[in-house]
Unconditional design. Structure first.
Length: 222
């Protein structure tokens, strides 16, 4: 009897209490995960908050403690998807030596992240043009941030130091557009196999190389 009581006391002492904030974050994430699983075959417009709450194991009123609307949840999904990718690609560009190195590491990082998070990127590619105004704007904002960060990194190359901000941004936009096209190809690829994926990666690298071929001959003008 004493041993049993001692074991219960040990559990109480060693178990880490979950704070209110942690519980709130877990519930919010459960709603995001539930929505993402339901969005595998349809758009956000075709999804109701009741379905999301039910899939997350919550009552519908609990939804409003975390999101003001389905659009608000959609924006959160966009931010969750894109910010992680931006962080990973920033790390891939952290030690620039040549364009070839950056292109290879960035494409491989993109490929691995998309394949590990296909539901997120299927949602992004579908909602970019077919989503609500709020979600489309969120995707546009994230892509602009992506381009801005890339333009800053491009300016670190000696042969691009004389380029104007506008030209650097234009080049970054071209690269981001090409990479988003690769995302679309990956999520729509049929079948998912090593040979098909290798061809998509090869095409992605070639597409980016074609963009940077113009660099030595371009003269940025104010």
């Amino acid at each position: 009897m004493a041993d049993s009581a001692g074991a219960r006391n040990l559990v109480r002492v060693t178990a880490e209490p979950v704070s209110r904030q942690e519980r709130k974050q877990r519930t919010r994430q459960a709603l995001l995960d539930a929505a993402l699983s339901l969005l595998a075959e349809r758009t956000l417009a075709g999804l109701s908050l009741r379905e999301v709450a039910k899939r997350a194991g919550l009552v519908p009123t609990a939804f409003y403690r975390h999101f003001a609307s389905m659009d608000d949840l959609g924006v959160a999904l966009v931010e969750e998807s894109m910010r992680t990718l931006r962080r990973m690609l920033r790390a891939a560009r952290s030690d620039p030596t040549t364009y070839a190195d950056i292109i290879r590491s960035s494409v491989l990082t993109l490929y691995e992240h998309v394949r590990a998070n296909e539901d997120h990127f299927r949602f992004l590619t579908r909602e970019r043009y077919a989503g609500s105004g709020a979600v489309r704007r969120a995707i546009s904002v994230e892509l602009r941030l992506f381009s801005s960060e890339l333009a800053v990194d491009l300016a670190r190359f000696d042969y691009l130091r004389e380029w104007t901000t506008e030209d650097l941004r234009m080049m970054a936009d071209l690269i981001v557009t090409a990479m988003f096209e690769t995302v679309l190809e990956l999520v729509e690829a049929r079948p998912h196999d090593a040979a098909n994926d290798a061809e998509i990666v090869r095409t992605a690298e070639k597409r980016l190389r074609l963009i940077v071929l113009a660099v030595p001959n371009w003269r940025s003008r104010p």
